[in-house]
Design a protein around this ligand. Structure first.
Ligand SMILES: CC(C)(COP(=O)(O)OP(=O)(O)OC[C@H]1O[C@@H](n2cnc3c(N)ncnc32)[C@H](O)[C@@H]1OP(=O)(O)O)[C@@H](O)C(=O)NCCC(=O)NCCS
Length: 187
C-alpha cells in the first residue's frame, strides 16, 4: 500500500466506543457517486493520499474491486482490493477518523475473509508502512501476520513495509478420514 499515516493513539483505548451492531453497517460496491466522500476519508487518513485519478485508474482494472461501508446512509469506510488467482490483495483501505474503533474495519475485512476458500483464493495480502502501528495492530487482531519486510519500499521515505498475510486454515491434510461407523461400539 502506498501511503499510510501513523495514527496510533494509546489514549484512544479509553475513549473508544462499543462496537456497532453488524446490522447497522452496510457494505456495498463502490460507485462513482461515492468518490467525494471517499476522497475525504482518504485525505484524513493518509499523509500521501491517493488522488481521484489514482482511484479511478485502479478501479478501471478488471480485477480491481471497490467497496464502501455505510452507517446511517453515510460512507464511513472504503476498501480497494485486487482479485488474483490464489489470493486477494488489499490496495487501499480506511475508515473515517470519527468512525474508528467501532468494529467497522473488522467487518470490512471479515467480508473479504468470507470470500476465501481452500480450493481457490486462500489468502489476503497487503503492505503496511512500518510507522503505521495502528494498522499493523488492526490487521494482527484480525489474524494477519507479517511475513516479510520489504526494505525501503516507498519512494517518498526510507521506510520499510511489512508484507502481511491472512491465510485460511489448511484442511487436515495427511490425516485419514475417521471411519465413524466402524468406531461405533457394536454392543
Ligand atoms: C486501520 C483502520 C482501517 C482500522 O479501522 P477501525 O474501524 O478503526 O478498526 P476496528 O474498530 O474494526 O478495530 C478492530 C480491532 O483492531 C485493533 N485496532 C484497531 N485500531 C487500533 C489502534 N489505533 N490501536 C490499536 N489497536 C487497534 C483493536 O484490536 C480493535 O479492536 P478493539 O477496538 O475491540 O480493541 C483505521 O484505523 C484506519 O482507517 N486507519 C488509517 C488508514 C490505514 O492505516 N489503513 C490501513 C492501511 S494498511
Amino acid at each position: 500500500m502506498e501511503q499510510h499515516s501513523h495514527d496510533f493513539d494509546p489514549q484512544h483505548d479509553e475513549q473508544r466506543e462499543m462496537s456497532l451492531q453488524p446490522s447497522r453497517i452496510q457494505i456495498r460496491w463502490l460507485i462513482r457517486r461515492d468518490m467525494d466522500e471517499i476522497l475525504n476519508i482518504e485525505r484524513q487518513s493518509f499523509g500521501r493520499p491517493w488522488c481521484e485519478d489514482g482511484f479511478l485508474s485502479a478501479l478501471r482494472q478488471r480485477n480491481c474491486i471497490g467497496t464502501v461501508a455505510e452507517l446511517d446512509h453515510q460512507i464511513v469506510g472504503f476498501m480497494i482490493y485486487e482479485l488474483h488467482k490464489s489470493m486477494l490483495r488489499i490496495l487501499n483501505f480506511a475508515v473515517a477518523p470519527d468512525a474508528r474503533r467501532k468494529g467497522i474495519g473488522r467487518q470490512m475485512v471479515q467480508r473479504l475473509v468470507d470470500k476465501l476458500s481452500q480450493q481457490r483464493r486462500n489468502e489476503i495480502v497487503l503492505e503496511v508502512r512500518e510507522t503505521n502501528v495502528a494498522a499493523q495492530l488492526f490487521f494482527a487482531s484480525a489474524g494477519f501476520r507479517a511475513v516479510t519486510v520489504l526494505r525501503q519500499h516507498y519512494d517518498d521515505t526510507y521506510e520499510d513495509a511489512y508484507y502481511m498475510r491472512y491465510r485460511i486454515a489448511a484442511e487436515m491434510s495427511g490425516h485419514l478420514p475417521t471411519n465413524r461407523i466402524a468406531g461405533i461400539d457394536a454392543a
